[in-house]
Design a protein around this ligand. Structure first.
Ligand code: SAH
Ligand code: SF4
Length: 362
């Protein structure tokens, strides 16, 4: 079985080269070929000896998943359907904006956490993505966008807001993150790589210790009673414990605040009383709020809050001294907006089964 070098971080690649009896600097050379130049063919790695190129071709490969769908909206949002195996495809979304461009990546095929308003959650969980499949989304995006040299770095930000819960797949997410921030690979700033979690506390602590990057927490409700319904993992990791974990994270985080994501669901979590409760939580954690207008999809009854409601909610938070952004809804017409990413997952869990919280481990 050939080793897929695409998913190995600097340490993993150094160990592979050592096992082959090669010098560590060869690993660094190959890492630049793969990630900075997007090269998958060892034969083209012209500063390696012919013997080494042949040896690598025998024992290793650089294998990214296949792109099976590619759609662009008039605003430039581009969605790729990435086939990770015979049964599963996940989605990556490229979002260009003035002065920056963000790639939204997936970390799992499906998701076990079953948030009530999320299309990914509705399809059950199938499997964790390998680190080559996670960083492979960035590698593929760069290739498809025609980025040939590191200096043309088109993608400036990566967010783990596609399919899946990244903190339930840290064994694979951490090597992928390390490559994203490695100057010898993609060289993104830690502050510009954001992991989003529904609040898996052991995963937050591990990320803090092993690879702190910017953190977004999917709050969505300002009290346990409501959050238990919307984000069922709250029954295992309730708000008080979540806020304490946010503060532990902030000790090592590259930014001095946590982004609280808050999906705006009409009549469910968007009243003035909810806004005041949400503002009060900010007393416990340094945070900014990001309001996300709900993106509807087939089979759910929720509706998006009206722009007036969203404006009022934001105003109450701002009056309490908080920074609030409201997400522009982009890519709606290709279902590329948050939470609409359904991909194509063969659900091996029983659909509709209640979440078993003991299954949730970081
Ligand atoms: N599992 C992680 C990351 C993926 S979801 C998490 O839950 O944080 C990325 C963001 O999209 C989360 O804040 C999630 O709650 C939100 N989201 C899910 N479904 C949505 C929908 N239908 N409309 C708007 N946002 C949604
Ligand atoms: Fe999973 Fe995040 Fe969707 Fe919840 S919102 S089901 S944690 S992907």
């Amino acid at each position: 079985m050939k080793e897929n070098l695409l998913g190995l971080d600097a340490g993993g690649l150094a160990r592979f080269f050592e096992a082959q009896g090669e010098k560590p600097f060869r690993a660094r050379q190959v890492q630049r070929w793969i990630h900075q130049l997007g090269e998958a063919d060892f034969a083209a790695m012209s500063d390696l000896s012919k013997a080494l190129r042949e040896k690598l071709a025998q024992h290793a490969c650089v294998a990214a998943p296949a792109i099976v769908g590619d759609e662009t909206t008039p605003d430039g949002t581009r969605k790729w359907l990435v086939k990770v195996d015979g049964a599963n495809a996940v989605e990556s979304v490229f979002i260009p904006e003035t002065g920056r461009a963000t790639l939204c990546v997936s970390s799992q095929a499906g998701c076990v956490l079953d948030c009530s308003f999320c299309a990914t959650g509705k399809q059950g969980f199938n499997r964790n993505l390998a680190s080559a499949e996670i960083v492979g989304q960035l590698w593929l995006a760069n290739r498809l966008l025609g980025v040939e040299r590191r200096t043309d770095r088109v993608i400036s930000n990566v967010v783990f807001m596609g399919m899946g819960e990244p903190l339930l797949n840290l064994d694979n997410v951490i090597p992928a993150l390390r490559l994203m921030i490695d100057d010898n690979a993609y060289g993104l700033s830690r502050r510009r790589v954001t992991v989003s979690t529904s609040g898996v506390i052991p995963g937050m602590d591990r990320l803090r210790d092993e690879c702190p990057v910017a953190l977004a927490v999917s709050l969505h409700a300002p009290n346990d009673a409501l959050r238990d319904q919307l984000v069922p993992v709250n029954r295992k990791y309730p708000l008080a414990a979540l806020l304490a974990a946010c503060n532990r994270y902030l000790e090592k985080a590259p930014r001095d605040f946590i982004t609280f994501e808050y999906v705006m669901l009409e009549g469910v979590n968007d009243t003035e009383a909810h806004a005041r409760e949400a503002a009060a939580l900010a007393g416990a954690v340094r945070c900014k709020y990001n309001l996300i207008p709900f993106n509807p999809f087939n089979g759910v009854d929720y509706r998006r809050s009206s722009p007036e409601r969203i404006r009022r909610f934001a105003e109450i938070l701002q009056r309490a001294g908080l920074t609030v952004t409201t997400r522009k809804t982009r890519g709606d017409d290709i279902a590329a907006a948050c939470g609409q990413l359904a991909g194509d997952v063969t659900d091996r869990t029983r659909r509709g089964r209640r979440l078993q919280l003991k299954e949730v481990r970081a």
